[in-house]
Design a protein around this ligand. Structure first.
Ligand code: PSV
Ligand code: MN
Length: 396
């Protein structure tokens, strides 16, 4: 390898794992419509099969995030088959995502709904999801809420905050020892006036109030355009409140674009804050790295391999920062030197080192090429085309 500190890259690659979302393999769209792909997964088994391919070729995606409503069609009764798929396709169940936004009851919210029977139902679904997570040996339950309102004066913001506090605390009480509740925030969409958990401060408040096993989940797409996400990350790390990430990229809002496609330096800076924290404290940060992307136009499996590869590259680059030199430069207010240390690491071409690492691990040097050569896409396109074309006609 032709750069200093290349061992840091190998160490980083050995420890880096990233979770892929089951919904990234399914047909998705925008509110203007869906473009159906012949190879898209329509069953939980197919999602496991596709996730298994990504892990087989990259070696760093051993878990798949599951959405309860979409992947456990019979609720807790589906856990047996999920375990079977896990065995068959070589990827474990990862974070479990309750769905508190899709059913008609949730039109005016879930934990923040003025109707106590809906709040009760939302709590029960969360409790069942925690039980599902236990059954499939999964640690994290990721909570995202669409709750909010569209017009001033239509919702009692303080009252809803209180309901959230109560139900999150009651949900936390359902966790077993090793489990965690991850609380995600988002400033807007689908609510366009107020959102009940709009930013990291609100998520942090709710997590602290819920109990010690609750942490904050940062979805990189859930910020206003100019927000300094790495600062949020640094603050959450310093309070041991950062539980996980949903990675994706964006140009305007929650665009669900491929990680690093628009602003790779931002993801690098996020990884830098984490690796700096780990190097200074001497302890690994207990963070679940997850991808939250569903590609509407790109081939889904290719897009996932592209994302995972990019995540590895950016993480490896961040591992190249020379910390002693950085700390010296910061102490001396040597601004250009300090900034250059980040820029030099970011500019390093780590791809040859990653290829070497893959070969060392018995993985294909180029997972994308290996996927294209594998014939998997042709096979599933043929097998799934009929079902997917039916969904075109039912959609029209
Ligand atoms: C909402 O925008 C979100 O980021 C949440 O994490 C959901 O679980 C996911 O997207 C899929 O809808
Ligand atoms: Mn998300």
């Amino acid at each position: 390898m032709n750069f200093p500190n290349s061992n840091a890259v190998l160490r980083a690659l050995n420890q880096f794992r990233i979770e892929i979302p089951s919904w990234g393999f399914a047909n998705t769209g925008t509110r203007f419509g869906k473009f159906i792909q012949p190879a898209a997964a329509t069953t939980t088994e197919e999602k496991f099969s596709d996730a298994g391919q990504v892990h087989l070729l990259t070696g760093v995606c051993p878990t798949v995030a599951l959405h309860v409503l979409w992947d456990f069609p019979n609720g807790i009764a589906s856990t047996g088959e999920v375990q079977e798929f896990s065995q068959r396709y070589g990827v474990r169940a990862g974070s479990i995502n309750p769905n508190l936004f899709q059913d008609q009851e949730y039109k005016f919210g879930s934990f923040g709904n003025p109707d106590p029977s809906v709040r009760r139902r939302a709590f029960e679904h969360t409790r069942d999801s925690i039980q599902i997570a236990r059954q499939v040996h999964s640690r994290d339950i990721s909570l995202w809420f669409a709750d909010g309102s569209n017009y001033p004066g239509t919702a009692n913001i303080r009252q809803r905050k209180k309901w959230f506090e109560e139900i999150l605390k009651a949900s936390h009480a359902e966790l077993s020892g090793g489990q965690r509740l991850l609380i995600e925030y988002k400033p807007f969409e689908p609510a366009f006036y107020h959102t009940d958990i709009a930013d990291w401060g609100m998520a942090l408040h709710f997590a602290r109030h819920a109990g010690p096993q609750a942490k904050v989940l940062v979805d990189t797409g859930h910020h206003y355009a100019a927000q300094n996400i790495e600062q949020i990350v640094a603050w959450l790390l310093s309070g041991q409140m950062l539980g996980g990430f949903h990675f994706n990229d964006r140009r305007y809002a929650d665009d669900d674009l491929t990680l690093g496609s628009i602003d790779p330096y931002q993801i690098f800076r996020i990884f830098h804050e984490i690796l700096l924290y780990e190097s200074e404290t001497g302890t690994p940060a207990d963070i679940a790295y997850m991808i939250d992307q569903s590609h509407n136009l790109k081939g889904k499996i290719e897009a996932m391999i592209q994302t995972v590869t990019m995540a590895q590259e950016l993480y490896s680059k961040a591992a190249l920062v020379d910390y002693p030199a950085l700390i010296r430069a910061q102490e001396n207010c040597d601004l250009v030197r300090a900034e250059s240390l980040l820029q030099d690491a970011f500019a390093t071409d780590v791809r040859p080192a990653i290829r070497e690492w893959r070969l060392l691990k018995g993985l294909p040097a180029d997972p994308m090429e290996a996927f294209r050569q594998s014939g998997y896409l042709d096979r599933i396109s043929k097998e799934r085309a009929a079902r997917n074309s039916q969904s075109i006609s039912s959609y029209a």
